[in-house]
Write a new protein. Sequence first.
Length: 138
Amino acid sequence: MTTATANTNPIFQHQPSIQAATITDADTTVPVTLYTAGTDGGLIDSISVVSTDSASVVIQLTITDDAGGVDYALGEVTVPANSGNTGTSSSFNLLSSLLVLQEAGGRTIPPSGILKVNAKATITAAAQITFVANGGDY
């Protein structure tokens, strides 16, 4: 049996990338693209979330591989009402809330992979939830 040789040369993000998406009531429960990795893949360090919704909302994070175009659920988290919007509650890091997804140093994304977010139910009319992915491409 042969085994592949481990990569002995570390790789780092060479191109910083900040990408954002906003969900409104018009999006209903349709996934919205948050981050698209470059041709060599990427690393997401954090995903900041701010909500103007007066109700808490369950958000699903999915990843789409470039090859098949299929959305795979990575996890769900509840965004508290008015997170980071009123001065009394702060925005939060979606990746930290999904502890199982937080790798050492961030979340790797495959080449040309796409992260998407969607509400599990339509959010309140005139409200919006904004996501900002901070990371970079390899």
